[in-house]
Design a binder for this molecule. Sequence first.
Ligand SMILES: Cc1cc2nc3c(=O)[nH]c(=O)nc-3n(C[C@H](O)[C@H](O)[C@H](O)COP(=O)(O)O)c2cc1C
Length: 281
Amino acid sequence: MGAVQRLEADRVLVLHLPFEPIPLPDVLDPQGFAHWTTAASDASWMVWFYREATRPRTRASPASDANPRTSPHTVVCDVRGLKPPQPMLRVLNALIGRGASAGMIALVIDHLYLIVTGAGTARRVPGLLSQLAQLGPRLVVIPTPNAARVVAAREMVLALPPDSLHRVVESYFDEAILPSPPFGLVLVAPCSFDSLNKLATGIADNLALSVVAEAIGRGTPVVVAISVNAPLWNHPRARASAAALREWGVDVIDPTPVGDVITMAPDDVLIDRVRGRLQSP
Ligand SMILES: Cc1cc2nc3c(=O)[nH]c(=O)nc-3n(C[C@H](O)[C@H](O)[C@H](O)COP(=O)(O)O)c2cc1C
């Protein structure tokens, strides 16, 4: 709502909805926002919000202005086909995408992404999934192509609770991430040397890393649990990559010693970190 209030005087927020959003004007009108609602030919609704001072010349005819639907100043949200509360989440996320940071408005996290890379500790992922699936948000697991050398997608699917909304996604065209991946908390676990350095240098050459890169760019929460052996952790590039990610606001979990080797931090450390970020994104 803070971002709605930042709507500048010459801007219009257009919502395209499958229903008339009775409560929304009730909330925004007392705050100085005017609106009008039009029924579209396909039985959906369009609601136009603007600051009272910028009332268009003809209230009944938004088209009399220079086409606000195509104006770069207009935020258009098509939420037809979504079930509540998804329409409101889509609106808030669109506003974040327009430049308001996640800290300015409350980011409601209803998706949790687990990005799995090809480190040996990907074998722990099936065990991790049953715990992540209980945290509340819809879990979307996205392995890198190289993760398949360590853990099979089938094994991860079988580790998810049956008949749940949780999904393992390997394709850009999976319904769980269309038309674009919903905003959510991103956990990269395990994060290999390869993926760590790609993320820190802005390389996103697969679906899994694209989801992480977009979250970093957007400023929504990202947790990266590094899983490398001692020589790779002592590689100057790995340390520089971890530092770069931290500077960009990523929550980086260093590998931890187990006996005389180092490995990805224990599952309970990862779960606690995710739970904390879900409570305060
Ligand atoms: C069985 C196995 C275990 C591996 N363990 C690790 C590891 O712990 N850490 C790591 O950085 N790479 C490890 N690798 C190498 C990565 O798979 C390799 O660097 C790959 O390019 C990572 O790609 P990705 O980050 O896109 O998944 C392992 C490879 C195999 C086959």
